[in-house]
Design a protein around this ligand. Structure first.
Ligand SMILES: [Zn+2]
Length: 202
């Protein structure tokens, strides 16, 4: 009984692999995908905030032609491209100033982004209103996108989302400003990954 189940299991894997390969061949121009693992080790960020955070991050990248695939957890065994860690603290080491996020690209295969949630909340609430879940989720998504773009090799800009010190309106206004040609630069930054994914195709 056990041996039979094992044989069927093996057959199923082969069939699924074949189906996936033919589906890929039908899409000659694939949108680049970015696998993001979201980690909330302290479990202090509420589900409504996270829902908005994932949705807004995906919408931002979609506007530049990139599909974000999100998963949650502490470890994806290296299957993610970028890990975003939500931290409930306001300081990192001896750094001065209000740090919203930080990017670690070592080791390069598994870059990590840290977001300091209380600092993001503080910037959002500078105008005197308590941040609602959707507003905080949006602000976290802006910081996450800024830092994820750093992991892809994009640097700072004078204005807009890649400004070094994001302010309240950068984090909360309905529109996100980016520099001219931004979409092209994002896609170029992702190109090595797209090429990697294409290895073995005719
Ligand atoms: Zn930055």
């Amino acid at each position: 009984m056990r041996a039979a189940a094992g044989r069927w299991g093996g057959l199923l894997v082969v069939l699924l692999a074949g189906a996936a390969a033919s589906a890929r061949e039908e899409q000659p121009v694939a949108r680049p995908e970015l696998l993001v693992l979201w980690s909330d080790p302290e479990q202090r960020v509420g589900p409504a905030v996270k829902h908005q955070l994932y949705k807004e991050t995906a919408a931002l990248f979609a506007s530049w032609g990139v599909t974000i695939r999100s998963s949650e957890g502490l470890d994806s065994e290296g299957l993610d491209h970028v890990r975003v860690v939500l931290l409930e603290r306001s300081r990192l080491g001896e750094g001065s100033g209000l740090v919203l996020g930080e990017t670690h690209v070592t080791p390069l295969e598994h870059p990590a982004v840290w977001i300091l949630v209380p600092n993001v909340r503080e910037v959002v609430e500078r105008r005197g209103e308590v941040a609602s879940s959707p507003v905080l989720g949006r602000a976290l998504a802006r910081v996450a996108a800024h830092e994820i773009l750093h992991t892809l090799g994009l640097g700072h800009a004078a204005q807009g989302l890649m400004r070094p010190g994001l302010g309240t309106s950068d984090l909360t206004s309905p529109r996100v400003r980016v520099s001219d040609g931004f979409e092209r630069r994002v896609l170029e930054a992702l190109e090595p990954r797209v090429r990697q994914g294409a290895v073995g195709r005719p």
